[in-house]
Design a protein around this ligand. Structure first.
Ligand code: UD1
Ligand code: CA
Length: 462
């Protein structure tokens, strides 16, 4: 059984933030949530999170039935942290045969790399994830004698020869849980930082004659941590580039892979095209042949096959039917469902409404809490007056209705099938089917009327 211990007690001072470091978001998701999700995909039976500073907030944000929260207070080092999280304490017999140590602030570690590390540890050895880097500064160095790992030396404790070593400790390791129970209580803190170093277990393993093996990540960014906003932004770009590459490899056309952000899950069919500066949040589905124009924000929505989202649209919790055209500059708010071949044009807002096949609202309209049938034309400037200041009411517009421009539909109200509303109508009662309904003052003209002229005579005295 695999026990996963995630170290997340560090304060993250360099973030200069009131938010605990591991709650800062990468691709819209907390750093620690990335690590938790990866741990779950490799089949962690049980996850222990060691928390410290701001821990209650972290726990409240990410608690789940498979997590045990372990407080580390004060924070005396990584060895001390893992000791706090030993399953059942130091004395009980371990039910979990090996322990994988992860860091809550190293969000992009991949499951495939962890699988390799776990395989390396199979048979009861200590497995370290190490990497060869050009700039090893700040990391613990892997000391080898005749190719065999003998210990890890921290930068601050290293001599010049050790500092020259370019194989670094990523901090991620797998150890037999029983061995951790033997070793961790014996760690000392007589070192440059006065901390209980987890890395000291390597020398203990060697002393016992245990094999110390190493595995390596596919890419160095997998093991990079977030200590500052600069590093957070850097890893965000790495992550977004990876997502963009995956999309392109699956056939999506991206006008610029550096100008798309996915904060959630984006699923695309065949021949989907996405123009620059688009943001996708939550779960978004773009069906075959759908295109998204520049500068759109799409959150939790489904865009049907062949639909076209023109530039500058904002779409949230909505469904756009096949072959529909939305925008430019349209806003689809939660609860919007558009049928097939629906046209929503510029400066049109739709909320909590259903618009059936072949209907159009092409210019400057507000459609809220409405049920609109097929082949309806909603004229420019039309609004549903759905709110009386206290309650919301529905507007029903049946099939084949023509609504003239600048109409107000004061809900609750129904426009019968095939009805026409004259431009400028304020509809307060139901409009019967197949008739013209118009409510506006009759037009009149005044013959001989003169436009007033400005008085140019001497000013009146007050
Ligand atoms: C550690 C390793 C070092 C490695 C580096 C990789 C040790 C002694 N050193 O160094 O070999 O190259 O990581 O980044 O392990 N944490 C706790 N409680 C503590 C101390 C730390 O939970 O008491 C957590 C931190 O929140 C962080 C992780 O452990 O997520 C690593 O701590 P950090 O202080 O960054 O370790 P380093 O000194 O950088
Ligand atoms: Ca560190």
């Amino acid at each position: 059984m695999l026990n996963v211990t995630i170290l997340a007690a560090g304060q993250g001072k360099r973030m200069h933030s009131d938010l605990p470091k591991v709650l800062h978001a990468l691709a819209g998701k907390a750093l620690l949530a990335h690590v938790l999700d990866t741990a779950r995909t490799i089949g962690a039976e049980h996850i222990r999170v060691v928390y410290g500073h701001g821990g209650e907030q972290v726990r409240a944000a990410l608690d789940a039935p498979d997590i045990t929260w372990v407080v580390q207070e004060p924070q005396l080092g990584t060895g001390h942290a893992v000791l706090q999280a030993l399953p059942g304490g130091v004395l009980s017999a371990p039910t979990e045969s090996s322990t994988l140590v992860l860091y809550g602030d190293v969000p992009l570690i991949r499951a495939s790399t962890l699988q390799r590390l776990i395989e390396t540890a199979a048979g009861g050895s200590l497995a370290l994830l190490t990497a060869h880097v050009d700039k090893p500064q700040g990391y613990g160095r892997i000391v080898r004698v005749e190719g065999r790992v003998t210990r890890i030396v921290e930068e601050k404790d290293a001599d010049d020869a050790e500092r020259a070593i370019r194989e670094i400790n990523t901090g991620i390791l797998v150890a037999p849980t029983a061995a951790l129970q033997r070793w961790l209580p014996t760690l000392g803190n007589r070192n440059a930082q006065g901390e209980y170093y987890l890395t000291d277990i390597v020398a203990l393993a060697v002393a016992e004659g245990m094999q110390v093996a190493t595995a390596h990540p596919d890419a160095v960014w997998e093991t990079e941590g977030v200590n500052s906003k600069v590093q957070l932004a850097m890893l965000e770009r790495v992550h977004q580039r990876n997502i963009a590459e995956r999309l392109m490899e699956s056939g999506v056309t991206l006008s610029d892979p550096a100008r798309i952000d996915v904060r959630g899950e984006l699923n695309c069919g065949r021949d989907v095209g996405i123009d620059i500066n688009c943001l996708f949040e939550g779960r978004v589905e773009l069906a075959d042949g759908a295109t998204v124009g520049a500068n759109c924000v799409l959150k939790n929505c489904r865009i049907g096959a062949g639909a076209r989202i023109a530039p500058f649209c904002h779409i949230e919790d909505a469904v756009v039917g096949p072959d529909s055209i939305v925008g430019p500059f349209a806003r689809l708010r939660p609860g919007t469902t558009l049928g097939r071949d629906v046209h929503i044009g510029n400066f049109v807002e739709v909320k909590n409404s259903t618009i059936a096949d072949h209907s159009k609202a092409n210019h400057l309209a507000y459609v809220g809490d409405a049920t609109i049938g097929s082949r309806v034309n909603v004229g420019a400037g039309t609004i549903t007056c759905n709110y009386d200041g206290a309650n919301k009411f529905r507007t029903v517009i049946e099939d084949d209705v023509f609504i003239g421009s600048d109409t107000q539909l004061v809900a609750p109200v129904t426009v019968g099938r095939g009805a026409t509303l004259g431009a400028g109508t304020t509809l307060t009662k139901d409009a019967p089917a197949d008739q013209l309904t118009v409510s506006r003052a009759r037009q009149m003209s005044v013959p001989g009327w003169k436009r007033p002229v400005k008085n140019t005579g001497p000013k009146k005295k007050d």
